[in-house]
Design a protein around this ligand. Structure first.
Ligand SMILES: Cc1cc2nc3c(=O)[nH]c(=O)nc-3n(C[C@H](O)[C@H](O)[C@H](O)COP(=O)(O)OP(=O)(O)OC[C@H]3O[C@@H](n4cnc5c(N)ncnc54)[C@H](O)[C@@H]3O)c2cc1C
Length: 459
């Protein structure tokens, strides 16, 4: 996965100091790439391996040169202050293969003395004694139920969707909503509010006159790629999908507002096999917009809205733990979000017009998206229509168990303890009060390190 921390100003509103944030980023990280000697900004003793990409196409250098033409220098964005700027991304990988936190845990506790994992188990609620102290969880497994009792603390790390759901199923959440579902309320907290997500757009928006190796034929048709990956941990299959990354301040604020992720491909690249169903692209949009691009060289510069003003919410569908909750993301509900994303598209146009990108014949895909043909192509009105038809999640939801000081506005305190319940923590992306200017996994790792220190202090 792409490893990017965001900007130092992102965390000022969280109530954590910049020094603390940098300390825990460094603590989580085992930097093996080109920044490993920069001990001011990078750690080399953490559990998660961070490395340079093992493979990239020619597009990477072309886009980084284009950025320099536009006065966006090549920097280490993970120093958290050098934006606007661009970089070849770093990834959570070791020796060309993905490195995740579960590997990190096995690495830290190889004898498994301190780690017992129950797979195929669904936690259904937190056990709370007298409404004030958490003492374990109840779970379903193989048709039965079981309980796990905690000696020190219960930590929910079930993610932005399931952590708030579990709190509500346990009686912690908006009282009227819980009563509506027949759940005995313990604590009235704004669980499920404050849902935020990065949205992005611009799929297949750039056409090139040169071919790149990340095509349907390139990826699917070559057994040598699999051979190269499994034997040497090298080659196209190590590719994270992204060639260059940049943080920009299109509105001139101190905090970046648009991220560009450069992909040497588009939705049409796999001819509709994987990405089309994954992204729920309708038959009409596929056949009229994407299908004509199959076999042509497209690329994508995803402009991602880093700090959406639109906020959604999550609520229970029922009191059954197996029911998925109801989610209303309210994407682009606030008009200012459309304006910022439109500025992101204008930024892409600046890139397309650089000498560097013209060497690859870059031009805007001028085919109007179905539903927007009545607007003049490339007008602001057209782009608003386009955005409202082709904006997608970047899979970075946060915020449903928001951290803060006031229990009427937040769910956990600055040590990630649920307000007014002892021995109960939430430690995952759901505690973020606001969004980082980055893909969010690095911030989740930082939160986890900080949360682990809070749990250690419980006696
Ligand atoms: C397709 C995709 C691509 C992404 N790419 C990137 C990227 O390149 N870079 C980046 O920074 N971020 C990326 N992200 C985002 C990143 O993966 C998430 O933000 C991050 O994993 C969130 O971590 P978390 O610990 O909050 O939740 P999760 O990683 O979702 O972990 C929650 C865990 O809890 C378990 N769980 C949930 N409910 C229960 C229950 N009731 N009982 C038992 N277990 C339960 C789940 O199975 C899961 O294992 C991507 C996300 C997606 C979906």
């Amino acid at each position: 996965m792409i490893y990017l921390r965001g900007h130092e100003t992102d965390y000022d509103d969280w109530g954590w100091t910049r020094d603390d944030v940098m300390y825990y980023f460094k603590k989580s990280e085992n930097q093996t790439g080109r920044f490993s000697s920069d001990s001011t900004h990078h750690g080399v003793r953490g559990g998660v391996y961070i490395s340079d990409m093992a493979y990239r196409t020619d597009l990477s250098d072309v886009v980084l040169s284009a950025a320099e033409e536009l006065n966006f220098p090549r920097v280490d964005l993970n120093d958290m202050k050098s934006s606007p700027g661009v970089m070849e991304p770093q990834v959570t990988a070791r020796d060309g293969a993905r490195w995740s936190t579960d590997y990190a845990m096995r690495h830290i506790s190889p004898d498994k003395k301190h780690l017992h994992v129950l797979t195929n188990s669904l936690v259904e609620k937190v056990l709370v004694r007298g409404g004030v102290e958490a003492y374990g969880v109840r779970f379903r497994r193989a048709g039965g139920t079981g309980e796990v009792r905690a000696r020190q603390a219960v930590v929910l790390s079930a993610g932005v969707v399931e952590s708030p759901k579990l709190l509500m199923l346990s009686g912690i959440g908006p009282t009227r909503h819980l009563v509506h579902h027949g759940i005995d309320p313990i604590l009235d907290l704004p669980v499920g509010d404050n849902l935020q997500d990065h949205v992005t757009t611009g799929l297949d928006l750039i056409l090139l006159n040169q071919s790149l190796p990340l095509s349907e034929k390139g990826v699917l048709a070559s057994p040598f790629l699999a051979y190269e990956y499994f034997l040497n941990h090298r080659g196209l299959l190590t590719h994270p999908g992204c060639e260059a990354i940049g943080l920009f301040h299109v509105k001139g604020d101190a905090t970046p507002d648009i991220q560009l992720m450069v992909l040497p491909a588009g939705l049409s690249t796999d001819a509709g096999v994987v990405m089309r169903p994954d992204m729920h692209i309708s038959d009409k949009v596929w056949s009229e917009y994407f299908a004509p691009l199959v076999g042509r060289q497209v690329m994508t510069m995803l402009p991602t809205l880093l700090h959406p003003k639109s906020k959604g919410c999550l609520r229970l569908r029922s009191a059954n733990p197996e029911d998925p909750p109801l989610i209303n993301p309210r994407y682009l509900a606030v008009q200012d979000d459309v304006k910022t994303l439109t500025l992101g598209i204008r930024l892409i146009e600046d890139f397309i017009n650089t000498k560097a990108m013209k060497t690859m014949g870059a031009k805007l895909n001028a085919m109007p998206i179905p539903g927007c043909q009545n607007h003049t192509f490339d007008s602001d009105v057209y782009w608003e229509c386009y955005l409202r038809h082709l904006t997608l999640t970047a899979y970075h939801p946060v915020g449903t168990c928001r951290m803060g000081t006031n229990p009427s506005e937040s769910v956990v305190d600055h040590d990630l303890r649920v307000h007014n319940v002892s021995r109960l923590f939430v430690i995952d992306a759901s505690i973020m009060p606001t969004m980082p200017s980055a893909n969010i996994n690095a911030a989740v790792l930082m939160i986890a390190e900080k949360g682990a220190d809070s749990v250690r202090r419980v006696n």
